[in-house]
Write a protein that binds this ligand. Sequence first.
Ligand code: MEV
Length: 301
Amino acid sequence: MITCSAPGKVYLFGEHAVVYGENAICCAIELRTKVHAEKAEDVIIESVLGTTGMDIEVHPYVCHVLKKMQQFADIKGIRFKIESELPVGSGLGSSAAVTVASIEALNQLYGCGLSLEDIAGLGHEIEKTVQGNASPTDTYVSTMGGVVMIPQRKKLKTIKCPIVVGNTHKFSSTKELVANVAKLRNEFPDIIDPILSDIGRMSLLAEKSVNEKDYKTIGKLMNVNQGLLDAIGVGSAELSSLVYAARNSGAICAKITGAGGGGCMIALAEDNNASDIVNAIEDVGGSAIITRNTEEGVRLE
Ligand code: MEV
């Protein structure tokens, strides 16, 4: 039995815009998904979603990993046990983390010799197969760790301040949200395209601030990014409530992370006020945890 794990991620800037080739800054977080794997007679996949065989409805990402990895190894049967600190469908990159950790588990178990670049690339192909339109961001950051400027794949300096993740506990479908933005863009290209470009420009502008650890400037820009995410229709009453609770309790900034519609928001905190922000989010009905940026991507445990 071997165990591999991969981190989740949060977007400081650029979700949705990145699907259209705009810049984004994404950062791996300490919350991880672990995949325990051993060779077996049949395919058995065990997770919080249930215990199944090759059931593409229940375990789409892992089933597509198994299919894809047949190109590199003769995989007859496998037992996968998935344990995750990342809630499913919450914008924290749970699908990328399970995809990347499963690829690495098979890579290790069957000696496929895949590099990190190969793993990130295969992960992206699988996300596209399952989700339709998906950027390489989540799978790349989950594979490599750190803070990454997309699409250049340029590593920026570590974010040192605490990151509070607030969860609305409303399931959000990335596929649906991405499709909704595409629809709005088709209807009003002259309005939506400049918004997506502005989001991209914000990422470029923030690069220097990330590298200089100027969290105040990053925060101002992240709050603007939040307004633009609302403008393209991926906000919700619950997300706004958590965002304002965080800001009113002293957060440097607060915004949606990931696809939106439900799922999670993030707040950057000072070293001494992260637990106040957690309490404020819980007071308005969310749940919250404090995490940090991690430099560690996919790894063999
Ligand atoms: C989802 O975590 C982020 C989106 O930008 C979709 C993607 O990049 O594939 C909404």
